[in-house]
Design a protein around this ligand. Structure first.
Ligand code: KG4
Ligand code: ZN
Length: 335
């Protein structure tokens, strides 16, 4: 089969990213312009600022990605773009850019689900990986246990009933006066803390595969407020370690329980929280004990990037998925 080169665009949140991906798994460029420093001062992503920054950066990032790949727009076979879920104004910038290129160059256009992209990051990191497998998708907006049946067929086996895992990390970090995004900071602090020092609840031990993190978040906030009221010092490293242990216990416990029940030998991690060292280690240990094979992408492919979108777009393209000029941003797109 002839090589297929995809230009992929991702602008669903606070990263303007453009990638060039060949045959789904070979990344020729993965350019990421992050807005983190800009949003940090507000304690989280400000949607209006995110959209404006995407508008400012998108053309530059497209040019940079093509330059890195050593290609011109005419060398591209297909344009892939995240069209949901995400911030509507942010998504629109990517969708408009993708539609413009597809229209001007008469190239096929493929709309990609952001979560499908996160899952596909594992194919880039592990060329030998093929479905079926079980994927724990943990990001700022999602906590899903997904049975990946083939490259484009998914069954959601469990989901969060309230906060996403990354959202819980960011909110707890904020309560500890750590800047956005809080996940990596808590991860780092947790290494220095004692996870046994404080006992936070393990949520949803009811046999279901759904998750809930709002109770844990409240427990941590109550603990911090209690210390402040009693004028007691807060050991932030212990809080981070105990919080992280509670999150990981539940994520690892439910994932392994489901993998055992369904007899699925392969487990993958995806999404921003898959960058978490504590989660990676705990999941690896549990997988080793149960004889499961664990996959996770390198750090840069865990958080938002367009290479993963290019990979997912490839498999959607092979299936026959095509979008036309009516493609729109869908902020709450279901998987
Ligand atoms: O996948 P992502 O880049 O964006 C969304 O699609 O949401 O995920 C961002 C989330 C943030 O909540 C961030 O705090 C979290 O991933 N995160 C982490 C780590 N690195 C990023 N959470 C825990 N530990 C980390 N090392
Ligand atoms: Zn994401």
């Amino acid at each position: 089969m002839k090589d297929l080169t995809i230009l992929a665009i991702e602008t669903s949140c606070d990263e303007t990213s453009v990638a060039v991906v060949r045959n789904g798994r070979e990344v020729l460029a993965n350019t990421i312009s992050t807005q983190i420093a800009l949003h940090e001062q507000y304690g989280g992503v400000v949607p209006e600022i995110a959209s404006r920054m995407h508008v400012e950066k998108i053309n530059l990032v497209i040019k940079e990605a093509l330059k890195t790949a050593g290609l011109a727009l005419d060398d591209i076979d297909v344009v892939g773009v995240t069209y949901g879920p995400g911030l509507v104004g942010a998504l629109l910038v990517g969708v408009m850019a993708a539609k413009s290129i597809a229209f001007a160059k008469s190239k096929p256009l493929v709309g990609v689900h952001h979560i499908e992209g996160h899952i596909a990051a594992n194919y880039i990191a592990h060329p030998e990986l093929e479905p079926p497998f079980l994927c724990l998708v943990v990001s700022g907006g999602h906590t899903h246990l997904v049975h990946v049946k083939d490259y484009t067929t998914y069954e959601i086996m469990g989901r969060t009933r309230d906060d996403a895992a990354g959202e819980a990390y960011d909110k707890v970090a904020r309560a500890m006066s750590l800047s956005y995004p809080g996940g990596p900071k808590i991860d780092k602090l947790a290494k220095e803390g004692n996870k046994e020092a404080i006992k936070f609840p393990r949520a949803m031990q009811d046999g279901s595969y759904d998750f809930s993190f709002s109770g844990l978040k409240s427990a941590v906030l109550n603990y911090i407020n209690g210390c402040k009221m009693k004028d007691e010092p807060i050991n932030v490293a212990d809080v981070a370690a105990a919080f992280q242990a509670s999150v990981t216990d539940v994520l690892v416990g439910k994932t392994l329980q489901l993998a055992e029940e369904k007899n699925i030998p392969k487990i993958a991690l995806a999404g921003g929280v898959a960058a978490n060292q504590g989660l990676r280690e705990a999941m690896q240990k549990a997988c080793d004990e149960k004889g499961k094979k664990l996959y996770y992408p390198e750090l840069i492919l865990c958080t938002d990037n367009a290479a993963m979108i290019g990979c997912a777009a490839y498999y959607e393209y092979l299936k026959g998925t095509r979008a036309d000029m009516s493609l729109n941003a869908v902020p709450n797109l279901p998987i």
